[in-house]
Design a protein around this ligand. Structure first.
Ligand code: GDP
Length: 385
């Protein structure tokens, strides 16, 4: 699937950069064009892969290139005010070569959280191609404001896109990685998952997939909207070192190949989702198995598809393969689209609502508290003028 990639805010830009890294090292071209959009000049300068002329600074008259802090209402305002600049960059996109748009942002901050839904709405208004979002949820240790921002942005972003793919920084942290130091590896992980999904149908030289996951398979899986989570797992192969005396690698045993595929897909689904969700609440699913061609098997993929049908209770499970001859892994990627039972989102909303109540109560008490502080109780002290 060919995408136009828009990274909004710092996290959005960095993840877009990571996706371009993945593409550069892969066998397929799936990013037709990229745009980074930010109100912080320094963040735009820090990007590596996105071409300099595809970086758009918004909100300059208001925030002078210093970003929106964690104020996502300001993020909405600067995007709406500078929509012309954004439109200018989008006008340059070769939209006829694009199957879909992907708008990426961290939902806990200011610029991405506020501007991404505004940009998605504009893209949907202008083009008939589907507009997907990739929303990153903040870690729960980031504090109430970030959680409230994410809860508000999530609601708006889901409404404005054709499907919101969600990555929860917290789920990653729970898997034992430290968050702050680990952004680079988290971004790599996000890029790998999207990369496998989007590049599987774009291989332009042999070996070609036996069962292709093309753009329409992905679009049909994501149709119906809502929220999507992506599972991924891999299994390392014990391949003999290649090229030694031109010896041909012996073909692996068929039963082992099938078993490896089915266990990898199970691991991807049950323990390794970008947003932990109850698998039974899935509306549609898609499975992609990648690896060296001799380790891919139609029987294994069919078995995994049937297992996913049982596990999710949906009859709409698509599947395909993605041969990568030099890989030392067999990997399983599982897309669960339209999930509705997601405890993390409920937790986010609960903490967000609590934070909003606290902020309101404090704002109401503040004028009186300040008056008490500034005026001496007995009125003995006179102000200067
Ligand atoms: P913005 O520039 O105002 O949109 O805000 P940031 O993108 O800096 O931060 C928004 C949220 O995104 C933060 O609260 C973090 O949860 C998350 N975040 C920031 N940088 C990264 C990153 O590089 N990778 C990931 N996965 N999350 C990030």
């Amino acid at each position: 699937m060919k995408i136009a990639l828009l990274g909004v805010g710092q996290a959005g830009g960095k993840v877009a950069d990571a996706i371009l890294d993945y593409e550069a090292a892969s066998r397929a071209d799936f990013v037709t064009d990229t745009v980074a959009i930010n109100s912080a000049r320094a963040d735009l300068l820090g990007l590596e892969r996105i071409p300099v002329d595809r970086r758009v600074l918004i909100g300059q008259s208001r925030v002078k290139g210093h970003g929106c802090g964690a104020d996502n209402e300001l993020g909405v305002t600067v995007a709406e005010e500078d929509l012309d600049e954004v439109r200018g960059a989008i006008d340059d996109l070769p939209v006829h070569e694009v199957d879909a748009f992907l708008v990426v942002a961290g939902l806990g901050g200011g610029t991405g959280s506020g501007a991404a839904p505004v940009i998605a709405r504009e893209l949907s208004r202008l083009y008939t191609e589907p507009v997907y979002g990739l929303g990153i949820l903040p870690g729960s240790d980031e504090g109430g404001i970030y959680t409230l921002n994410a809860a508000r942005s999530f609601q708006t972003f889901v409404r404005e896109v054709d499907n919101l793919l969600v990555f929860d920084n917290d789920a990653w942290r729970r898997s034992g990685e430290s968050l702050r130091g680990g952004y680079a590896s988290i971004n790599e992980e996000i890029a790998r998952r999207l990369g496998v999904l989007l590049s599987a149908g774009e291989v332009s030289e042999p070996p070609f997939p036996e069962s292709v996951v093309d753009a329409s398979e992905i679009i049909n899986t994501l149709a119906g909207g809502g929220v999507t989570t992506i599972g991924y797992a891999n299994s390392q192969l014990d391949r003999p070192s290649r090229g030694l005396f031109g010896r041909r690698e012996p073909d692996p045993n068929e039963t082992d190949v099938v078993n490896r595929i089915t266990t990898t897909v199970r691991r991807a689904t049950l323990g390794n989702l970008t947003l932990p969700a109850n698998v039974e609440s899935t509306e549609r699913a898609l499975v992609v198995v990648s690896g060296p061609p001799q380790y891919l098997s139609r029987k294994g993929i069919e078995g995994s598809r049937r297992w996913l049908e049982e596990e999710t209770g949906t009859m709409e499970v698509r599947g395909g393969d993605y041969p990568i001859p030099k890989s030392d892994y067999v990997a399983g990627l599982v897309v669960l689209s339209g999930v509705t039972d997601v405890p993390r989102i409920k937790e986010l909303q609960q903490i967000g609502a609590e934070t909003q109540r606290n902020l309101k109560a404090r704002a109401e008490q503040r004028p009186e508290a300040l008056r008490d502080l500034v005026w001496d109780g007995d009125g003995e002290i006179d102000p200067l003028f």
